[in-house]
Design a protein around this ligand. Structure first.
Ligand SMILES: Cc1ncc(COP(=O)(O)O)c(C=O)c1O
Length: 385
């Protein structure tokens, strides 16, 4: 696999990155600089107006009563589980097709991760085998809306009701995704977002958010994120941590929230170009299943296609043409030394492993030149010709 692309001197096209954050800053420069200047000049940098306004605005956008800004998406998961009363040894079902923060957060909160296999056409938690994973210790389900595609929340909610479990959505990749009119992040008892810079709504550093409709959880979260304190700044009521979204990040995120739907539409437009341009190749796009998924709107956080054979050869070919791709996820959670001890002996993950061998993420971000999308399509067509 070639690692660095050195552009031939006759070729003036620049390297096409899978995503690039600089053009977005250029596009929003004046609004962002104005927001940052406002905060810097205010003299208030932690838990002041920007965070509180952003919490209210993001809660309204997702459709929840409460939102609480925290230090990262990982912290959002840890604190959500703690607010919901996780006890040491409680089992938390999540999917193996997810990044490391999800099981890391479960363990940090004192829980035990239990991994499900995924659906072959979505990479999402397969709800059909959830029942097999239940034990008397199961307390939570964390569906992960991977690549921005929402999990089947209706079936997950039914399962949670049947077994008296709480659902904590990991919506870290799903800002603006929805099922029907209902946004990802508004289904669980609690939901968690990340504002890591590459997310569809990303800051210029770490940040995260927990959302809920439950005033009790909100009250607990207010304390947990700030050393267990609330009104009295010198008394800890519970054993909390320091995990606070900061004013600078909040001010940037407020600007970007205004642009989120437009930016998601720009992603969708480019995804559709890929879909049409590549329809006669062996590449398979995720989420094409009729039925439930027809009502699903993805924010196209990552455009992963499946390349049944020759994935690595296609990747190498594109790299040589100056096109960056990526693989999410080359190693699945159940395969990692850190998490394999939690895999039950009888478990198989054939579908997830099969998908991970085929997955290839193509360049996609809102500011990506459409000529570059056309170029990528052309080079993929060349490969299959
Ligand atoms: C699905 C998922 N969950 C959790 C996280 C953790 O977010 P953060 O990096 O903000 O801690 C991420 C992002 O990295 C993610 O993609």
């Amino acid at each position: 696999m070639p690692t660095a692309y050195s552009r031939p001197s006759s070729n003036t096209r620049s390297y096409i990155r899978r995503h690039d954050l600089a053009p977005q800053y250029e596009y929003l420069r004046s609004e962002i600089n104005e927001a940052l200047g406002r905060v810097l000049g205010s003299g208030r940098y932690i838990l002041a107006n920007e965070v509180h306004d952003f919490e209210r605005e993001f809660a309204g956008y997702i459709g929840c009563d409460y939102a609480l800004g925290v230090g990262s998406g990982t912290d959002a998961l840890v604190l959500a589980l703690r607010a919901a009363g996780i006890q040491p040894g409680d089992e938390v079902i999540t999917s193996t097709y997810a990044p490391t923060p999800t099981p890391a957060a479960i363990l940090m909160a004192g829980g035990i991760p239990v991994f499900s296999d995924v659906e072959a056409d979505t990479c999402l938690m397969d709800t059909r085998n959830l029942e097999e994973l239940m034990t008397e210790k199961t307390r939570f389900i964390i569906p992960v809306h991977i690549f921005g595609l929402p999990c089947n929340m209706r079936e997950i909610a039914e399962m949670a009701r049947k077994y008296d479990l709480l659902v904590v959505e990991d919506a870290a990749q799903a800002h603006g995704s929805r099922i029907g009119d209902k946004k990802a992040g508004s289904f669980g008892s609690l939901s968690c977002f990340s504002f890591y810079p590459t997310k569809n709504l990303g800051g210029y550093g770490d940040g995260g958010m927990v959302l809920t409709n439950d005033p009790g959880y909100h009250e607990t979260l207010l304390r947990l994120r700030n050393y267990g304190k609330q009104d009295d700044p010198f008394t800890s009521y519970v054993q909390g941590v320091n995990s606070r979204l900061d004013e600078l990040q909040a001010s940037v995120l407020r600007v970007k929230l205004e642009h989120l739907d437009r930016m998601n539409r720009e992603r969708a437009r480019r995804a559709e170009m890929y879909r049409k341009g590549l329809k006669d190749t062996p590449l398979v796009f995720l989420n094409t299943r009729p039925g439930y998924l027809e009502s699903v709107y993805t924010n196209h956080h990552i455009l992963t296609v499946l390349c049944p054979d020759l994935r690595d050869a296609l990747r190498a070919h594109l790299e040589l043409q100056g096109i960056q791709t990526n693989i999410y996820y080359p190693t699945l959670l159940h395969q990692m030394p850190a998490y394999s001890p939690f895999v039950k002996k009888s478990q198989g993950f054939e579908t997830a492993e099969n998908l991970s061998r085929q997955a290839l993420a193509l360049p996609l971000y809102p500011e990506l030149d459409v000529e570059d999308v056309e170029y990528v399509i052309e080079k993929i067509l060349d490969f299959f010709a």
